[in-house]
Design a protein around this ligand. Structure first.
Ligand SMILES: [Zn+2]
Length: 341
């Protein structure tokens, strides 16, 4: 028995780095081994490496692997991934790497995943097809990648009032002009994604992955790509300037102002049209008189009862409140909204 162990120990340095030309050990495996060496402690209570995992098999990594193999008397090689995994402290269980990156993250719990899905299931204000697809994305993101997605606090269906409070700097869309009004769009972010800091600590990111973005730059975009690789084939679409956003319709093929006009014409007694040439769309209405169209201003102005009506059109206050009432009626009938080009 003793002879066996002795032979085993002596044989280790020779067998440990049989990496060979076939290259069965990829950067991803090396990164994972390093991440574990960063948090598994040696008999002196210290980690096996002291640098940020980089996926490269340098001399320090090789030495750390040899030391670990010797300490734990394991022959698993070239990388002792199984032995390292079983040596992980509890809080580091579920460690995963994001392929072709230096990002190490942790699987979320099944109960968190289920809770996030239940929240969407219980929500009445999504178009049924949209809801089904969002739930499918959430389920697959968890079953394939161990990652929980959820709808961000302000990413649900949004009222016209809420949109009116958003500054022009954040969005040019006024009340009635956001795809968030109609239950076919949401902001689907990451729920408390935990990742390994270079110093071996676990950090919690926000819905938008701002910490990961700061630490890993473009590499963190891959997490959004994992989500999109599931979402897009299901018929969901993104928008260029807001990674967190998903919607049921193609943005480039949709004119939000004309889609609002369609809804206004469908739900009220006035006739509507729009000049959406500029950055902010300007609306036209027949004021319910069945004749010529008058220019009446932007969606923000109409919603604020500040429509750009003229005294010769009639009583200003009455006109302005009637125009806002038409918008309010459109909002109440949001389920009838359809995207038009
Ligand atoms: Zn959005």
């Amino acid at each position: 028995m003793l002879g066996c162990v002795r032979f085993f120990l002596l044989a280790l340095p020779l067998a440990a780095f049989a990496f060979g030309a076939s290259g069965s050990v990829g950067a991803d495996d090396i990164l994972l081994a390093q991440a574990m060496l960063r948090v598994v402690h040696n008999p002196a209570g210290k980690p096996y490496i002291f640098f940020s995992p980089d996926g490269e098999l340098g001399p320090l990594t090789k030495a750390a692997i040899e030391t670990f193999q010797r300490d734990k008397q394991v022959s698993e090689s070239p990388l002792p991934l199984r032995a390292l995994r079983s040596a992980l402290p509890n809080e580091y269980l579920g460690m995963r790497i994001l392929p072709v990156s230096r990002i190490v993250y942790f699987e979320a719990s099944a109960s968190d995943a289920a809770k996030a899905v239940e929240e969407v299931q219980a929500y009445a204000d999504f178009h049924p097809d949209f809801k089904r697809k969002i739930i499918e994305v959430m389920r697959r993101m968890y079953s394939v990648h161990g990652i929980v997605l959820w709808v961000t606090w302000d990413g649900w269906r949004r009222g016209f009032n809420q949109q009116a409070k958003i500054s022009r700097r954040a969005s040019w869309a006024g009340p009635g002009e956001s795809s968030h009004h109609y239950g076919r769009a949401c902001d689907l972010g990451f729920r408390n994604l935990r990742f390994l800091d270079g110093n071996g600590a676990i950090r919690n990111d926000d819905d938008w992955l701002q910490l990961l973005n700061r630490q890993f730059g473009k590499q963190s975009d891959q997490l959004w790509q994992l989500r999109n690789a599931i979402a897009f084939p299901l018929g969901l679409h993104g928008i260029a300037w807001e990674k967190v956003h998903l919607q049921l319709h193609v943005d480039e093929a949709t004119n939000n102002a004309r889609s609002l006009v369609r809804l206004l014409n469908l739900t009220g007694t006035m006739r509507w049209d729009v000049d959406s040439a500029g950055i902010e769309s300007h609306y036209l209405s027949d004021l319910g008189r069945g004749g010529a169209f008058f220019p009446i201003g932007t969606a923000r102005e109409i919603w604020a009862e500040m429509a750009a009506v003229k005294p010769l059109m009639g009583d200003l206050r009455t006109l302005r409140s009637t125009l806002k009432a038409a918008f309010a009626e459109a909002e109440r009938s949001w389920q009838k909204w359809e995207p038009v080009p």
